[in-house]
Design a protein around this ligand. Structure first.
Ligand code: ATP
Ligand code: MG
Length: 497
């Protein structure tokens, strides 16, 4: 017992054997554990990560090899230390770490023996934590390996880089310890699940960057899964919204996935994942471009059919870790209240207001006794807009054309209709519906079209008043009521030239 000048103190060094066992249960699964190890590879600027799983031998192992910066022996010893870095310390922008724990806690969640082999400046170093040994010695002493001959996967270590090797996989093969075939099947099943998690988790690193990150699983290159299907033509992409806060900027962007009929079945199913689209709508939260939370409205809304195709990307920097209460696994977070409010608005907008407004407007367009230039048609559970080729202006002009041009004219009109920039309109409307205005033509530009329509309608026996009411209730004539009335009078009286 030590007596201090002001207070008495006692030695409370943690018991290595108990604490290291406690580090096994932070709530990792194989997929989140692998992702945590790959985080370190990305922070070390690796462009290639290889996962090798040997599941058929009596002593199965999993290795994750990268071609990142590697470590010297001293750096490696530091890396093996639980709590190797202070969570309060500022990290560089590309650093995916925070707690100085992940390598150890992720590995121990899956295995009882962790060996890290690293090569830097032509020197190879290796160190091992063996939980059985720590249990015996109750000592925080890591084994340094001088003889690397019995280390599997060593041939996968690049000129510079690191291998994280998991042996004694007790957590991955609990049930079938004595049946190697069943054990192998069990581990492989977990690896298959992990595969789709990794494709999603790191998709932004795998899609881009200089160079793009390549992740291989047993020599097979994994392709990224982009949860927003940005490359698909029919995906609706809204503008980014920025929320600057004291510790960093939160950037959100809404995406609406294409209707399933517009995608191939495998692409649609991959996007929905095993849980399907209803369960995968919502926010996708990325910390430094690494996905930490996927497909949840985070208590702000229920996952419903109405918003099934809506996915919102939320980007946060690592400077906001404390605000978001990021956990060691980088698999959970809590929203700061100000962000919560912003996201609530986004959800409300997606859920209803804009959609309902839009539907009301759409209905109004066709419900009145009017002649719209655009027809709103219910089709396949959705709505399509088409130019109204039966509008008297269009029919009238068509009929004024020589026979051989009429078909071409109709084709052009329909072409314009199919080219309606729905995605951009939708994005603009979601941004601010008021800011989307139709291009109001000057009456001089419309006069010919108006005259054709008026003559066509009068020819059907309608009165001048009826024609005026019908035409003036729709775009584009709605803005030129007086001029239309005068024109009708002129035409009726034969004074219009
Ligand atoms: N593959 C690797 N290449 C180079 N250095 C590594 C690698 N893996 C780990 N390190 C080093 O070991 C340290 C400890 O890693 P660990 O994952 O335990 O903590 P962290 O990444 O700093 O924080 P977190 O607990 O949030 O993951 C890292 O900070 C890094 O310096
Ligand atoms: Mg880490």
């Amino acid at each position: 017992m030590v007596v201090g000048t002001t207070k008495r103190q006692a030695d409370a060094t943690p018991y290595a054997a108990s604490l290291i066992e406690g580090m096994r249960d932070f709530g990792y699964t194989l997929e989140t554990a692998m992702a945590d190890v790959i985080d370190n590879s990305i922070t070390a600027r690796a462009s290639r990560v290889e996962i090798i799983a040997e599941t058929t031998t009596d002593e199965p192992w999993i290795a994750i090899a990268d071609n990142g910066a590697g470590m010297t022996e001293l750096e490696l010893i530091e890396a093996m230390r639980p709590g190797s870095k202070n969570p309060l310390k500022e990290r560089e922008g590309h650093d995916l770490g925070r707690f100085g724990l992940g390598l150890k806690s992720a590995s121990f969640s899956q295995c009882r023996q962790l060996t890290v082999i690293s090569r830097k400046g032509g020197v190879t170093s290796a160190a091992t934590w063996d939980l059985d040994k720590v249990a015996e010695t109750n000592d925080w002493r890591v084994d340094l390996e001088d003889d690397l001959s019995d280390i599997p996967a060593l041939d996968r270590l690049p000129t510079t880089g690191t291998i994280v090797l998991w042996r004694k996989l007790d957590r991955l093969s609990t049930n079938f310890r004595h049946d190697s075939a069943k054990r192998s099947a069990e581990i492989n099943k977990a690896i298959v699940l992990a595969e789709s998690h990794l494709k999603l988790c790191f998709h932004r690193y795998m899609e881009g960057g200089r160079p793009a990150l390549r992740i291989l699983l047993n020599d097979r290159r994994l392709s990224p899964i982009d949860p927003f299907a940005i490359d698909h033509m029919a995906t609706q992409v809204d503008p980014e919204e920025r929320l600057p806060l004291r510790n960093g900027e939160v950037v959100t962007q809404c995406f609406t996935l294409p209707h399933h009929k517009k995608m191939s079945k495998p692409a649609w199913e991959e996007l929905g994942g095993p849980e399907g689209h209803l369960r995968t709508q919502g926010f996708y939260i990325y910390r430094e471009r690494r996905l930490i939370i996927a497909g949840s409205w985070l208590g702000l809304a229920r996952q419903t059919e109405l918003t099934k195709l809506a996915r919102v990307r939320v980007d946060i920097p690592n400077t906001m870790d404390a605000d978001w209460k990021i956990d060691v696994r980088k698999a959970s977070a809590q929203m700061p209240p100000v962000v919560r409010e912003r996201l609530r608005k986004i959800v409300e907008r997606l859920q209803g207001t804009s959609k309902r407004t839009y539907q009301r407007r759409g209905r109004k367009l066709v419900s009145e006794d009017s002649l719209p230039l655009w027809s709103r048609i219910q089709k396949d559970g959705g709505v399509v807009y088409r130019p109204n080729v039966d509008h008297p202006s269009i029919i009238g002009f068509g009929e004024s054309l020589p026979e051989e041009f009429r078909h071409g004219f109709r084709v052009c009109i329909n072409l314009l209709g199919t080219g309606l920039p729905i995605a951009a309109l939708h994005a603009d409307m979601l941004g601010s519906a008021e800011s989307v205005i139709s291009d109001e033509a000057e009456f001089v530009e419309l006069a010919d079209a108006a005259e054709t329509a008026i003559r066509a309608l009068l020819a059907t026996g309608m009165t001048g008043n009826d024609v005026a009411r019908t035409l003036c209730s729709t775009e584009p004539f709605i803005h030129h009521r007086d001029a239309i009335r005068r024109l009708i009078e002129d035409i009726e009286q034969g004074t219009h030239l």
